[in-house]
Ligand binder design. Structure first.
Ligand code: SF4
Ligand code: SF4
Length: 125
């Protein structure tokens, strides 16, 4: 990933149009449940080419957008396990299979510590 949206999200959808990677979908389009706005980890680039994550800039709700682990091969097993448990629903590519980090890694912010990511610290803390 990436970033992740938690269950304190109020589904205002302000973040959706701000995402340069079209990684965010509304609750009604969520591939994991119909309850919460969802970030597709296989698409999120952490806005790593800019100064701040644009979704978090637009979000009015503290703690709704949190850090998740980098979407890189090193954390492939984490995303496979999350996909299998229903935490994520990673897109399947017709030719390449499920787009796990090993198949399609994404840029991430090296400045954000792994400890903060594991703790799912708020992006706007
Ligand atoms: S961090 Fe950037 S790329 Fe990732 S979901 Fe938020 S706006 Fe989209
Ligand atoms: S802007 Fe924040 S509260 Fe609104 S849908 Fe996105 S994550 Fe949820």
């Amino acid at each position: 990933m990436a970033v992740k949206i938690t269950d304190v999200c109020i589904n205002c959808d302000s973040c959706i149009d701000e995402c340069p990677a079209t990684a965010i979908v509304s609750a009604s389009d969520s591939p994991i449940n119909g309850d919460t706005t969802y970030v597709k980890p296989e698409k999120c680039i952490e806005c790593s080419d800019g100064t701040t994550p644009k979704c978090a800039d637009a979000c009015p709700t503290e703690g709704a957008i949190v850090w998740d682990l980098p979407y890189t091969p090193e954390y492939n097993a984490y995303y496979v396990a999350g996909h299998e448990s229903g935490l994520y629903n990673i897109r399947e590519h017709k030719k390449n299979g499920i787009m796990f980090p090993e198949i399609s890694p994404k840029p991430y912010r090296e400045a954000v510590s792994i400890a903060d990511r594991q703790a799912h610290a708020p992006v706007n803390a």
